[in-house]
Design a protein around this ligand. Sequence first.
Ligand SMILES: [Zn+2]
Length: 356
Amino acid sequence: MIELLKNLIAIKSDTEEGANEALRYCSTWLNSHDIEHTVIENEGRLMIHAEVGTGPSTIVWNGHVDVVPGKLEQFNPVIDGDKLYGRGSADMKAGVAAMMEAFRRISLTPEALTHRIALHIVTDEETGGRKTSGHLVETGYTGDFVICGEPTHLKLSVQSKGIIHVDVTFNGKGAHGSRPWEGTNAIELAYEFHDKLKTLPFYKVSNAYYEHPSVNLAKIQAGDRYNMVPDTCEVAYDIRFVPGQKWEDIVQEMTDLALSLNKNTVVKPGGKTPAIVTTEDNEFVKTLAIATADVTQKDAVLFGQHGAADTRYYARTGAGAIEFGPAGDDWHGPGEYVLISSVEQYADILTKHALS
Ligand SMILES: [Zn+2]
């Protein structure tokens, strides 16, 4: 399995063609183990669907082989003790390799499975996931419970925050820079707005997994010359909200604040993604927690993820969808690695869970 992982890391899959090449490598590997599967194409992107077993419900293992851009040397896997370095080692070729290995194992005794297990390998998670995971779900390939093998240190991420992007345009009044009192400085309006944003009620919402939503001031555009009072200032926010919060309420609070500072302000909501909640008493969360504790000899830990993943597409169908994968660090960074022992444990947990 670690050989399989190293071979996957060595494929420079930070482009569409590279990701497709990695996908074809997975297909060749599955063929070499006589595992039936389909390679599907959508908008130039390839994906794999495979299925084994019968039963009342379907568990989907989802993994992506595309990676964020990396330096050339990162596509040369390097082992140092328990650490395996390389772009995509943690995010998430380790998850994919372990899912393939676990799928190979359970395919040897399909009669022992009490559920159907589906394997989805996809190629566009890092660029939104719509073309492959989104496509699979849209065309009916989904399940009752979905595990996305993102790196989570073998903890079960049962929630993820929702996303709302908000653009705010402050329209002040221009004036000569020597007489600022004759104008309304739009940058200063934005400054005041940002200063007060975290005092709004929406920012105080918490639950067992999150202390509060997150607010990222992502873009700011304003100002031209020293001797002019800027008349417009555009700011863009990326807000990640706690499950249960409504993005409409957040936008309303922001609008009320913005208008209280200046009646010409325009607040516009943009892209949105709902929060994901899989309850702790979901039967598959319970059985997966047991399998995890069995293999690691430690109590399973449940937590809430800050970012979003392909879970979002499956969750739309009402499926339980969690992120659960091996341990590593610095994914998307220069020193990305995965712990080899955790990849082995991960494959054991998936196998055990499928057979439980
Ligand atoms: Zn990922």
